[in-house]
Design a protein around this ligand. Structure first.
Ligand SMILES: [Zn+2]
Length: 422
């Protein structure tokens, strides 16, 4: 199946936008060097596009100023990635990029069901150089929705009770699912007019589009559609879904997406691989064929919602979060999902390191009441043997142990996965 030739099909409008993106990219020193060195410095045909070299996160970190294509005084925002799997990446945005960010997110929120006159409770930070909160705010403003910038720490029942949640409106909540979970239970009792929850940064479905443990946990808290959204800081191009969708739709005006194997070959629809995105319409730091570091499949054909644009399947993991445990290749996300399914509602951190022989090892730390430890351990081992084909080590610890493991890696996000293999 993977050997079937598969090419990216571009509409005439996408092709025109790609040419503009390419010309803009060439204004920066990085692409002038990079494209000349690779001898792939023309763009006349789809094949030329496929021969353009891949841009990696490491390229962006190591050559950051060389990606800039506008004068520094035209930069309106600097944003950074969280650096979950490496150093944070700095991205500059111009006025035009901010406009693009608003249009991109307005389209994504509209797909999720948000309309003019609705409300959006933004449980995501607007500060610390994050782009996500800013993007949701800009998108909701463009749609004509009312925003409450609650931030991640304010989403609990007493705080929400103090917010002006007009009952005549339909309200959507957007935030990180694992942080939202405990709050939603309390919110649900008091605010029946919540219309949907949009989860960012964590997968909510498995590879077959079935709700995963995290999604089911949210659904138990609140009986409303639980929707996922996918984007990256570098590309500012969102893949969104509505209640009927199987996967997240590409917005063809914002990006071209390719799924490649480790040798750079295109994979056919339905086969997971590296997600490579060429954003369209970027100005300050335009990217060509950017390897997001995420792994997922692209799905063709009509979606149950009726749209025909390609859909990105659930993110199966970061390419960098692929472990080889007991001879089995496995994404950290698969381990996290399984452990969350067994140890429901308990605090978990997965630590990947190397054993004395240099092989990958995954140790899972869980804060679990003593009287449930043996029973849940047996259940986890059974489930791991069946689903993962290997049995990662479980260690029971207290809050102090978990905090110590988390401190091994500095991160702005609530860390569930700590990787100290490098
Ligand atoms: Zn759909």
């Amino acid at each position: 199946m993977a050997s079937a030739p598969y090419r990216t099909i571009l509409s005439p409008a996408q092709w025109r936008m790609l040419e503009l993106q390419y010309r803009q990219a060439l204004k920066g020193a990085f692409y002038r060097r990079h494209l000349v060195a690779s001898k792939a410095n023309r763009l006349k045909h789809t094949d030329d596009f496929h021969h353009l070299p891949i841009t990696t996160k490491a390229d962006l970190v190591e050559n950051n100023p060389d990606f800039l294509t506008i004068r520094p005084n035209l930069i309106r925002e600097w944003v950074t990635t969280s650096g979950t799997t490496g150093q944070p990446v700095r991205i500059a945005l111009s006025q035009k990029d901010l406009q693009r960010l608003a249009e991109n997110e307005a389209a994504a929120l509209r797909l999720a069901g948000l309309r003019s006159g609705d409300g959006l409770l933004i449980a995501v930070g607007m500060d610390r150089l994050f782009v996500a909160g800013l993007a949701y705010w800009l998108g909701a403003q463009m749609l004509g929705a009312t925003c409450l910038r609650a931030g991640p720490s304010m989403v609990d029942a007493p705080c929400i009770a103090a917010l002006p949640l007009a009952p005549s409106r339909r309200w959507f909540i957007i935030g990180v699912p694992s942080l939202l979970g405990p709050s939603l239970m309390a919110v649900n009792k008091h605010y029946p007019h919540i219309a949907g929850v949009i989860g960012i940064g964590e997968s909510l479905y498995d590879a077959d589009f079935n709700p995963n443990a995290l999604s089911r946990a949210l659904q138990r808290c609140m009986d409303v559609p639980v929707l996922s959204t996918y984007a990256s800081t570098e590309t500012c191009s969102t893949f969104a879904q509505g209640p009927k969708c199987r996967g997240n739709h590409l917005n063809p005006r914002m990006a071209i997406v390719e799924i490649l194997d480790d040798h750079g070959r295109h994979l056919p629809p339905g086969t997971p691989g590296r997600v490579v995105i060429t954003p369209l319409g970027q100005q300050a730091m335009p990217l060509l064929r950017f390897d997001t570091g995420d792994a997922a499949a692209l799905h063709a054909g009509a979606c149950p919602c009726g749209r025909r644009t390609p859909r990105l399947g659930p993110i199966l993991g970061r390419s960098a979060q692929l472990l080889k445990v007991q001879g089995v290749s496995i994404f950290a996300t698969a381990i996290i999902e399984l452990v969350r399914g067994v140890y429901r509602g308990m605090e978990v951190v997965v630590h990947a390191d190397l054993d004395p022989l240099g092989a990958d090892r995954a140790v899972i730390y869980v804060i679990c009441p003593a009287h449930r430890q043996d029973m849940l351990k047996k259940r986890f081992d059974r489930a791991a043997r069946a689903k993962l084909k290997c049995v990662p080590v479980i260690r029971y610890g207290d809050g102090h142990t978990v905090a110590q493991i988390r401190a091994l890696r500095q991160s702005r996000k609530a860390t569930v996965f700590v990787d100290t293999r490098a």
